[in-house]
Design a protein around this ligand. Structure first.
Ligand code: GLU
Length: 409
């Protein structure tokens, strides 16, 4: 099953509970606009390079479309459509005044020099600048992109439309970025975990954790869970994995990884094959890397009691059914990793007001947003007697559907 088919299955499950008719479903599922562009530039060695870039604008019923831009070799149209639709449901779950979008270029950013990466980014913006903007579609970082890439987008957009800070979020602080944006997805995941565990009378510090991925999401999640007293016993990245049943010293691991670009040789842990990370004997599994990692073939090997989805779409539709039947409690991506887009919204709010919040204020508002969304999802879960993912989708689809119908056609 493709990522889009899986996302749409979750949508239909929610639409069934909401008793939406055929026409409403078709309207809500169909992307507003799909853009595919050629991105060509001259490499440092003088040769011509051409990549394919996408921007999928899924829905704008609740406000400007919002979502990241991903640079990764596996980017394709189906995946970007699925991720754009997940953004529509994600912004609705946390009740941001946004719709959903996603973009990407099928490229390995590590294979390009900084100069080449800049030229690629600018070429992409030249192709899409007319359909993005602070009131239409606001890009942000995702896998393989960062604050520097956002700064290039801001600068290239300015050549056509004038300096407009709110056109993109996840910017460097010097260019209107928000304090707390870098840590926001990991911090949001921590707050989501606090809400989930408190609901069962437990705390983050009661559990052991395995975290797949040590990029922006995984590394912040690991640091903040560790700070909150949770025992992080296993971590992987693209190069390998490390574990320590007594608990990894996460700040020391982060320092080691920053220098050696790999977690596996960390002296405070024992290396093991990264493919085994998902099957560690822990209470909580946090997939925080690629999508589609939990599959029909491997879900049965998961030993964790909880899965907190830091990545987008880490669990295949079939794996979701297997894990649910096993009694594994899953907090879905559209809630668990919504901290990133929530602080993107705070950044955009600061930009349009030409004002700055301090970090404490950002984190406090993030916590409030995650707690409110948890309570909203919980109410739907109790009403329908369903799992967290179905409840989150049902909440989101109801909000988007209502907004769309009120606006009329
Ligand atoms: N790329 C992030 C996500 O998937 C953040 C999107 C944003 O901040 O707009 O949620």
């Amino acid at each position: 099953m493709t990522a889009t088919e899986a996302t749409n299955k979750y949508f239909h499950r929610a639409a069934d509970l909401l008793k939406l008719d055929e026409h409403q479903r078709h309207f809500l599922i169909t992307p507003y606009r799909e853009i595919k562009v050629e991105c060509s530039f001259i490499k440092d060695d003088g040769t011509l390079a051409t990549y394919v870039g996408f921007r999928i604008q899924h829905d704008n019923s609740r406000g400007p479309m919002k979502g990241g831009i991903r640079f990764h070799p596996q980017v394709d149209l189906d995946e970007v459509v699925a991720l754009a639709s997940l953004m529509t449901w994600k912004t609705a779950v946390v009740d941001l005044p946004y719709g959903g979008a996603k973009g990407g270029i099928a490229v390995d950013p590590k294979a390009l020099t900084p100069g080449e990466l800049q030229r690629l980014t600018r070429t992409f913006v030249q192709k899409i600048h007319d359909v993005i903007g602070p009131n239409t579609d606001v890009p942000a970082p995702d896998m393989g992109t960062n604050a520097q890439v956002m700064a290039w987008i801001l600068d290239e957009y300015a050549k056509f439309h004038g300096y407009t800070t709110g056109v993109v979020t996840g910017k460097p602080i010097e260019l209107g970025g928000s304090l707390g944006r870098d840590s926001a997805t990991g911090r949001g995941l921590l707050y989501a975990a606090e809400c989930l565990f408190a609901d069962g009378g437990r705390k983050v510090s009661d559990f052991t954790y395995a975290i797949q991925g040590f990029g922006n999401v995984g590394s912040w999640a690991a640091k903040l869970i560790h700070e909150a007293g949770g025992k992080v016993v296993a971590v992987s990245d693209v190069t390998g994995a490390t574990r320590n049943p007594a608990g990894l010293d996460v700040p020391a691991l982060a320092e080691y990884q920053a220098q050696s670009k790999s977690v596996s040789g960390f002296p405070g842990g024992t290396p093991f094959p990264a493919e085994e990370l998902l099957f560690q004997s822990v209470d909580v599994l946090v997939p925080a890397a690629l999508g589609g990692v939990l599959t029909e073939a491997n879900a049965g090997r998961v030993r964790a009691k909880y899965v907190l989805e830091g990545a987008n779409h880490p669990t295949d539709f079939e794996a979701d059914a297997i894990l649910t039947a096993m009694g594994v409690v899953m907090l879905p991506d559209i809630y668990a990793n919504a901290g990133g887009v929530t602080v993107s919204y705070f950044e955009w709010v600061q930009n349009v007001q030409a004002y700055r919040w301090d970090e404490e204020h950002v984190n406090r508002e993030l916590k409030k947003t995650m707690a409110k969304a948890f309570a909203d999802i919980k109410a739907v879960k109790v009403q329908h007697g369903c799992d967290w993912r179905t409840a989150a989708f049902t909440l989101a689809v109801a909000r988007v559907g209502k907004a769309a119908m009120m606006r009329g056609l």
